[in-house]
Design a protein around this ligand. Sequence first.
Ligand code: GLU
Length: 401
Amino acid sequence: MTDATSNAADKSTVATALDTGTGAARSEWAAATRIVVKIGSALLVDRTTGILKTDWLSSLMDDVAALAKAGKEIVLVSSGAIALGRHTLKLPKGPLDLEQSQAAAAVGQISLAHAYQDFARRHGLIAAQILVTLGDTEERRRYLNARHTIDRLLALKAIPVVNENDTVATTEIRYGDNDRLSARVASMVSADCLVLLSDIDGLYTAPPGSDTQARRLDLVTEITPEIEAMAGDAGTELSKGGMKTKIEAGKIARAAGCDMVIASGKVMHPLQAINDGCPATWFIAPSDPVTAKQRWISGQLEPKGIVVIDEGAEQAMLSGKSLLPAGVRSVSGTFDRGDVVIIRTATGHEIGRGLIAYAKTDAERIIGKKSREIADILGFSGRPELIHRDDLAINRAHKGA
Ligand code: GLU
């Protein structure tokens, strides 16, 4: 990444950030060819003045250009529209209501897109704006459309810059945070690595500000209930996502076979810093191949129901078998045939997600029963499986764990 380190002043900034780094890139980073980078509002927009931090953006785009030059495909997911727009519109400090956020996003998104276009152009790169709504990633046909568009842009060597279409999103149908959106995008485009640039350099065992014993984790190979418990809920006024949404992002990314890293974006050249092995938390994905359909299933943000299974069914599913009605203890939620449901053990641990073959009212009648009894109970002969193995996305631990 020669471009990114050519400036002596910038080099010293990175060196400071790397004091406890290893000096070498993790193998996952070196091997990644398609990388999604999420940029939070707090990094991009000055909290007090509401002005874009152009020096920082310039250093980020130096790194993006260097990576692109090295043959990597980069997709940016950038926040900042609301933070920029609220300042221009002189909206009051503190939380905004939905209409204020929509108005702020409509104003700020123009400046945001323009800034990316400008800095990309300085490196001879082309920036492309993609605004998505939750529905664009939840509904299969629209999801495939968005995927094709991003694929084509990457083939044309453009840098897609994605954000949520906040201007039309309503409370019930919005991501609201770009952590999960970026994971969904990473899953959608089959990225190898998702970078969450944050105002903190990783996941800590406790909030580092208030607990002196707090320790940063270098590596997460499975998202256990203990890991989830480490995530507080704190976000700042500028950034919606706290550590909780980052863990959610980790789940979506890992299930899609995509590694994720939470690293500090408070340094200049934050991607160069990752290249140099800066302190960070890496979430390593299992190495089992993940099909395109499984990516879509596991990344669904709003599963319609929950299926609680017994131990026998859990073992069978972990060894690659379908879920039969006999292994199910209970079903809840409101789902139709073909909807995505969460699969949990009796202790509440989520072991995966799948497309259920029966609507809730039918599923309730056949759970605990043998598959050959289905026709008699329901009066029609449906599939012997409640969830077929081709329609399952199981959460697997990292192979080496
Ligand atoms: N989409 C929002 C924006 O551009 C940001 C959401 C977030 O902070 O994660 O302002």
